[in-house]
Design a protein around this ligand. Structure first.
Ligand SMILES: [Zn+2]
Length: 225
């Protein structure tokens, strides 16, 4: 694992801190308890005095963006996220078919938690380059949500894969149809990800399996798709 990468683990979702010089950048922000977990992880690593300068979002689901507005306001950080997920940032996402199950859960969660809507300073699309951590490239991996994306580090041959797939103790799984906005597209995105020159992938719903092994899981899923 690169030394300038920190994984913040919470009960259902993990997110990432990238150190670039004397600044920090987040990929996603976790769900309930995410801010506490972030602070504890930063203290443990000795990074707690460094400023958080930017927040990159893989998609607009509540368990990834829950803490984005508060963290951005507290640290004066910018937010960047896929343009295709604006309806999620603004709490007005539409789902159809089985995906309505996720739609209802999101709708309820946002009301119960009084999730504020927000507008990222930068809206991202396929191929956009983010000049942090040696360069991160936006890779469109739609389906889970319409705008869902990953962030690719060519320097580390590493893909932050968001919710392209999940990997817990029972092994890798593609998000079930009721959690996806477009199930067929989500499956096509598995192949799109594997076109990248990769040594590892880091999903957001995962156990401590290392990135190299996660990549093997992803390849296995592609064979079974
Ligand atoms: Zn999601």
């Amino acid at each position: 694992m690169p030394p300038d990468l920190l994984i913040v683990r919470t009960f259902i979702v993990q997110f990432f801190v990238l150190r670039d010089g004397e600044g920090l950048y987040l990929i996603d922000t976790g769900f309930i308890g995410g801010q506490r977990a972030l602070h504890a992880a930063l203290v443990k690593r000795g990074w707690d005095a460094l400023p958080i300068r930017g927040i990159l979002l893989t998609h607009g689901h509540l368990d990834h963006v829950r803490n984005a507005p508060a963290l951005a306001a507290h640290h004066g950080a910018w937010i960047a996220g896929p343009e295709g997920d604006q309806e999620h940032y603004e709490n007005r996402a539409c789902y159809s078919g089985l995906g309505r199950v996720a739609g209802v859960a999101e709708w309820l969660g946002r009301r119960l938690l009084r999730q504020p809507s927000f507008k990222p300073e930068r809206l991202l699309n396929e191929g956009d380059e983010i000049p942090v951590w040696g360069g991160l490239r936006v890779v469109a991996l739609p389906g889970h949500t319409h705008g869902h994306c990953g962030y690719y580090s060519a320097r580390h041959r590493l893909l932050f894969s968001g919710d392209l797939f999940a990997s817990f103790g029972l092994g890798p799984q593609i998000a079930p149809a009721y959690l996806n906005q477009d199930n067929a597209e989500a499956r096509r995105s598995i192949y799109r990800a594997l076109e990248l020159p990769l040594d590892g992938v880091l999903p957001c719903h995962a156990d401590r399996t290392p990135p190299e092994r996660q990549l093997e899981y992803l390849r296995k899923l592609a064979r079974g798709c």
